[in-house]
Design a protein around this ligand. Structure first.
Ligand code: A3P
Length: 303
């Protein structure tokens, strides 16, 4: 099965998911060659769900005894350079790159759906963190991201048409609900292995969620660290405002294709209300209720 996303990206159906055809080969290489170590940390997301935020937070939490904030590598490299994607970075040029030399704990990320992850991730003791976001904001954020990196000769479909495709599940790494449910069910099966986060919850209480991530990774903050304000420091440093104002994130391109700056925009919950009608929201609400029924998973912001 082949399709074209609303922005002209060719998609191919693979194990029930719409994958960008340019990532098929790297995804298959990831499946075939990636050998997870017990100390690895894998960050999994759909695009535009808080990937950049989660990468920055996880990196800061894990390396807090190596770098002080004013020496952080995040000051000089985009979060996606520090925590590379399997499909668009690690396996994009070489089929089987040498990853053994990367110091532990290695942190990688991916948009690959749970059922297509390499077996070694499931079989090893490595930790997986998933973050998702309500579908309406994810859809709008993705539209902005694509249009801000748009090549001039591609004429994207209208908002209405794009939304219609999204509701049919035709979307990069979609259907949205199947991606989220794959990781949700995996989290229910083994909560020690997989942490499941929501963008909206991080917006509501970042301190709590930084603690959660640290505890999940077996690196809880000591009382002394808490008293020193370590959690607040990481929270401030990794905020949308702070990261987006760093010189490295204001200019330059990632992998020669994507503007570093395009990973940062408003960073708000409910921005979809500025673009989508209540009828569209109602349609999505019903759709999600039917797709997520009985799973115990829910998204809130539809009005
Ligand atoms: P908006 O387009 O709604 O502003 P991803 O990192 O998965 O590509 O998602 C990008 C979205 O997350 C964008 O949402 C962006 O503004 C927001 N974002 C990026 N960095 C963030 C941060 N440090 N804190 C909160 N939101 C952030």
């Amino acid at each position: 099965d082949r399709q074209t996303n609303w922005n002209g990206t060719p998609l191919a159906k693979h194990n029930e998911f719409w994958l960008p055809t340019r990532f098929l080969r790297p995804i298959l290489s990831t499946q075939k060659y990636f050998k997870a170590k017990d100390t690895d940390i894998i960050l999994c997301t759909l695009p535009k769900s808080g990937t950049t935020w989660l990468k920055s937070l996880t990196f800061c939490i894990v390396t807090r005894n190596i770098y002080t904030i004013d020496q952080s590598p995040l000051l000089t490299s985009n979060p996606h350079t520090i925590v590379p994607f399997f499909e668009s970075n690690v396996y994009s040029e070489q089929e089987n790159p040498d990853l053994e030399h990367i110091p532990s704990p290695r942190i990688f990320s991916t948009h690959i759906p749970f059922n297509i992850l390499p077996n070694s991730i499931r079989e090893s003791q490595c930790k997986v963190i998933y973050i998702c976001r309500n579908p309406l904001d994810q859809f709008i954020s993705f539209r902005h991201f694509i249009l801000s990196n748009k090549e001039k000769d591609v004429e994207p479909l209208s908002m209405d048409e794009a939304f219609n495709m999204f509701c049919q599940g035709i979307d990069m790494f979609g259907p949205f609900w199947d991606h989220v449910l794959g990781y949700w069910n995996a989290h229910l099966n083994d909560p020690q292995k997989m942490l499941f986060l929501k963008y909206e919850d991080l917006k509501e209480d970042i301190t709590l969620n930084i603690k959660k991530i640290a505890e999940f990774l077996g690196l809880p903050f000591s009382l002394e660290e808490e008293n020193q304000g370590k959690i607040e420091e990481i929270s401030r440093f990794c905020s949308n405002e702070s990261l987006s104002n760093m010189e490295v994130n204001k200019t330059g391109m990632l992998l020669g294709q994507t503007k570093n700056s395009s990973y940062f925009r408003k960073g708000e919950v409910g921005d979809w209300t500025n673009y989508l009608t209540s009828t569209m929201a109602e349609r999505m609400k019903k759709l999600m209720e039917s797709k997520l029924e009985g799973s115990g998973l829910m998204f809130k912001t539809y009005n």
